[in-house]
Design a protein around this ligand. Sequence first.
Ligand code: NAD
Length: 479
Amino acid sequence: MRVLNYIGGDFHTPKSGQFIPNIEPATGEVYGELPDSDERDVVLAVEAAKKAFPLWKQLPLEKRFEYLYAISQRITEQLDELAEAEARDNGKPLWLAKKVDIPRAAANFRFFASALLHFFSESYEMPKGVLSYVLRQPIGIAGCIAPWNLPLYLFTWKIAPALAAGNTVVAKPSEITPVTAFLLSKICQEIDLPPGVLNIVHGYGNKVGEAIVKHPDIKVISFTGGTETGKRIAAIAAPMFKRLALELGGKNPNIIFADCDYETMMQTTLLSSFSNQGQICLCGSRIFIEKPLYERFKHDFVERTKAMKVSHPFDPEAKVGAVVSEQHKKKILSYIALAKEEGGTILTGGTEVHLETPYDKGYYVAPTIIEGLPQQCRTNQEEIFGPVVTLQPFETEEEVINLANDVPYGLSATIWSQNIRRCMRVAEQLQAGVIWINSWLLRDLRVPFGGMKNSGIGREGGFEALRFFTEPKTVTIRY
Ligand code: NAD
């Protein structure tokens, strides 16, 4: 599988002539390659996007809707092929890619196709014939940079609103999972998306990503990825006065009160801990359990975690697939070693898992539960982004709110209790941009999505995203 850049409606090899090997996490083998692009390819993409912008922004809304809707339909038609590509490229179970990643990518395009028809701006009247109204105009070229954990899902979550708002786009998927973005570019060609409206440049973050951030003609950047990368991007983009949305890391609390609906909580907590190998920014990696429930929860959670099958992505029984790369596997294992040094007890997992050939060189980590760690240790403060959770008991509502908030991050949180007053009281005090009560990962695409503190700035989702990708211009008239 040779991935190519998609620029000006055509497929291109990179200017450097070099390619990066693409590794399949399930087997550890090279199975393809992607362009090792650089600034020159980004410049080409920006030229194409600039050329396409006047046409795209003036297109009747219905026409723009039709293009985006056609992409959505093609994604749905190619669900099997795209899901297989995602599972192979990322290591996630195929059933998960079929159930979540690809349907959601289609939904992103469908949702923003429809949203653009309903988007509105405000107007204000003053007495004696003064009217102000707000034009919401596309900004120009949007730069969209995405991570590897939900490759097509998060890529389209940026691209779709940017295009819906009338911008043209230069986008970069993660170099670790480039394939579904490449398949998306083929879909764009098939549906005759006008050349240059969407351009996809593949390659490393420090070359292609930074060239996108630095390019003076790209005025708006939407980035999802790690907090350190976000800092670097902010440092470059801020003095250039670029509009910036940063969706970064998390260290999310999962707060369980003794009066919760136990079985629903348990089933959901298994998912919120280990889905996608724990590589979802919204996974609850710190589990706080009210003391009277602690021992029962610990026993059941450990037993049910032990029963989760770690296997290759194409095993329908796999609950936990491969983590995304060798480097990432090492990072996760090093955090488990650190947790032991910090005084933690491994209740289950804590090791690599070795499968039979041809998966014996793949990257598998057993779902891991740790207890006995202090709040201030690195394991409880830093994002691991793998199938690793810690357990901490608590006694009072006030105590758990303090513990939950006592990290540099503020992305999401989960609360379990049948006392709805308490849930709402706690939700009000938690420092997180997204909070679920008695549920997890229920996503309504209309609501604002994003984090506070080191989890980022700006919000995606719904009209919030269309506002982000447009420039408000106020016009005041006396009549
Ligand atoms: P990453 O920061 O390493 O990379 C993300 C993207 O940025 C990749 O495309 C990468 O090539 C690019 N990049 C790297 N260096 C760059 C630079 N200097 N300039 C511009 N672009 C650069 O993150 P990752 O490892 O791919 O993803 C995992 C991280 O993403 C985790 O921290 C996770 O929490 C976070 N994440 C956050 C959300 C959210 O919505 N808040 C969602 C998913 C993942």
